[in-house]
Design a protein around this ligand. Structure first.
Ligand SMILES: [Zn+2]
Length: 648
């Protein structure tokens, strides 16, 4: 990345002058720098600033920047000492489970079973900690399940903190460079996921900056890189990469068709700038990327990238919670909003050129409440262009109502159990798996299901990540977890499958069971193993609860193919006879169906001037685009990959 640091030092000099006037001398400022999308003021005595509750707010108003105050690294107590001190200050009843330090931001993360006791009455205990150790304490409730992914991400950020701070400073200087010209035009280019599902990638360009939204891989088309990867051959994209001009990448959500190609950019050193996304999306996408290359390896295919490239993704990610507004380029301001699709999924809102134009890009979204999430946000401060998904945008794409879908699911399960069969539910590790878990859990609690529910593939680890971010879950779940003290994810009816031997035992046992396994479209992963062995027995059932893409085994079986040649052990092709019951229940989808898509437009405030439909089979993108135009009189388009549209 070429840092365009034009006049940053001049800009900083002016800022320093303002700050030294407003901040009391006792604070003892040692450094002022841009770090990522914020301005950081290092001081020897943070309390002198904190005493005045309005000071930071006023500074932010005057400087029009997000401001962080951090203790100068010199005054930080060494981590071992700080840890001892914290344990002395906090009462043992708080049950601290871990204390970890992030030197790149001067933060200490305290995980406790009773976080309230770490904070203390009116924040007293917390204040005492700050005074004694000088690290900025951040307190979170200990997640009930241990996530290996979260643990290793934290480790990486801690050990790489020096590099990380250097990186954040470079990013900051790039964001706050003096723009060469006033923003005059804006265009977007489809690099993937236009009139198709898979490899989502959209380039937003102005005469000043370049930002990429999503960078996915189409795993159903991996044999043909021309179809599986975003368009590296698009001239403007090549130019931006070669010249190192890409300011940022924003990831809407963790699914591989939106995030799966990110590590590839680091493998071939095509990008080394910032990735913006929510904390749960960072964790989930890392999990899915790791799972993806492991499955490639197991299938004897050369993986697209290496674990160390995923590590680079972690090092380059800057997380934002919903609603936090951040500058990401001299003329672009980013906010992420709940999309209701999977944990951490967001609608990307870009404010461009100081009032010039506002774009919202929905990514995948859901507009009715589900068991896991609130519906997508439909109100924005300003909005001129909406780019929306069309997965179920066809005029007949009506999903079953939720209650009916749940009833059907339970029915098929009961029928299968009654005849002593097993139910296989292929599901993506993230999203449908947890949604189905919550349905089954409720029925199990009222005595409706008594057989074990096995979770195979990455589902258990993904569930652990869900339990680490309860604030991203639906109000109903949050209430259950926080007020009633009951966490449905922890119901003992759920049994993670640890290895292939346990998997074989489950298949061989004569007992009925429910198995939720990855991958969701029967493209590699344990679901294929179960399918091969359970398919011939008519006692068993398979239930599809999610989208089956063209070209996948899932789609073939769903369409009614009953004799399927599959490569078995030793590379021999065997024909699998499908005698099991095959059912599709579409009401659980994490995507808005046709009705929701239309009602989303009706409820959208403000009403945009232009709507662009993407992420759907060609006729669905076109159908949705035409229908919206007819119904609302809004200008619409359903562009192709490689089409560029000028927005301003
Ligand atoms: Zn998705």
């Amino acid at each position: 990345m070429i840092r365009r640091e034009t006049f940053v030092d001049d800009i900083l000099r002016d800022i320093k002058a303002v700050i030294s006037q407003m901040v009391p001398r006792e604070a003892r400022i040692t450094d002022i720098e841009f770090e990522g999308p914020e301005l950081v003021i290092y001081v020897k005595n943070p309390e002198a600033i904190m005493q005045d509750g309005e000071l930071i707010k006023n500074l932010a108003k005057v400087l029009k920047k997000r401001i962080s105050v951090r203790p100068d690294p010199e005054v930080l107590l060494p981590p071992e000492k700080a840890e001892e001190m914290i344990k002395e200050i906090v009462p043992p009843e708080a049950e601290i489970t871990s204390i970890s330090f992030d030197p790149s931001v001067g933060e200490v993360l305290i995980e406790a079973k009773k976080p309230g006791l770490v904070i203390g009455k009116n924040g007293e205990t917390l204040r005492l900690i700050t005074q004694k150790v000088h690290w900025a304490p951040k307190v979170i409730r200990t997640p009930p399940l241990q996530s290996q992914t979260i643990y290793s991400i934290r480790q990486i950020l801690q050990t790489e903190s020096k590099d990380r701070r250097k990186f954040l400073r470079q990013v900051g200087r790039n964001i706050y460079r003096k723009p060469e010209l006033k923003s005059e035009w804006i265009r977007i280019t489809g690099l993937g996921g236009f009139r198709e599902v898979g490899r989502s990638a959209l380039l937003v360009q102005t005469n000043e900056s370049y930002v990429l939204v999503d960078f996915g891989v189409n795993i159903a088309a991996l044999r043909d890189p021309k179809k599986a990867f975003p368009h590296f051959d698009a001239p403007e994209f090549r130019y931006v990469l070669d010249a190192g001009l890409l300011d940022a990448i924003i990831i809407t959500h963790a699914h591989l068709d939106h995030s799966g190609m990110l590590p590839y950019l680091f493998r071939y050193k095509l990008f080394d700038g910032p990735i913006y996304t929510t904390p749960p999306t960072r964790d989930l996408m890392v999990l899915l990327q790791q799972d993806f290359i492991e499955i490639q390896q197991m299938n004897g295919v050369e993986p697209l990238y290496r674990p160390r490239d995923i590590k680079e993704v972690i090092k380059h990610t800057i997380t934002l919670d919903y609603g936090e507004v951040r500058d990401i380029a001299p003329d672009m301001r980013l906010t992420l909003h709940n999309a209701g699709h999977i944990l951490g999924s967001s609608i990307v809102h870009l404010h461009i050129g100081n009032g010039l134009h506002n774009i919202a890009i929905t990514g995948d979204f859901k507009f009715i409440p589900t068991r896991l999430f609130e519906p997508a946000v439909s109100r924005f401060p300003r909005l001129e262009t909406l780019v929306m998904e069309s997965t179920y945008g066809g005029s007949n794409d009506h999903q079953m109502p939720r209650e009916e879908a749940e009833k059907r699911l339970i029915e098929v399960i009961h029928q299968t159990i009654r005849r002593k069969g097993k139910v296989l539910i292929p599901a993506m590790a993230v999203g449908r798996a947890q949604e189905i878990m919550m349905v089954l859990e409720e029925y199990a609690r009222v005595g409706g299901i008594e057989v074990p529910i096995y979770l195979d593939g990455m589902i258990w680890e993904a569930t652990a990540i869900h339990t680490a971010y309860p604030e991203y879950l639906s109000r109903h779940l949050r209430e259950q977890i926080f007020h009633e003290g009951y966490n449905p994810f922890l119901n003992p009816i759920f049994k993670p499958v640890a290895n292939s031997r346990e998997r074989q035992d489950i298949i061989d046992s004569g007992e009925p069971a429910i198995i939720i396994a990855t991958s969701g479209m029967l493209v590699g992963g344990p679901s294929v193993e179960y399918f091969k062995q359970l398919a011939p027995d008519p006692k068993n059932s398979m239930i599809f609860v999610s989208y089956q893409a063209e070209g996948t085994l899932g789609r073939q079986v769903q369409r009614g193919l009953r004799e399927i040649p599959l490569v078995g052990e030793g590379g021999k092709t065997e024909v699998v006879k499908v005698n099991m019951g095959v059912h599709t229940i579409d009401g659980f989808s994490g995507h808005a169906d046709r009705r929701e898509l239309i009602s989303y437009i009706a409820r959208l405030r403000p009403r945009p001037e232009r709507i662009i439909t993407v992420h759907g089979e060609p006729h669905k993108c076109l159908d949705l685009s035409t229908s919206i135009h007819k119904k609302f009189g809004i200008s619409t388009r359903a562009p192709n990959n490689l089409d560029a549209i000028r927005l301003k």
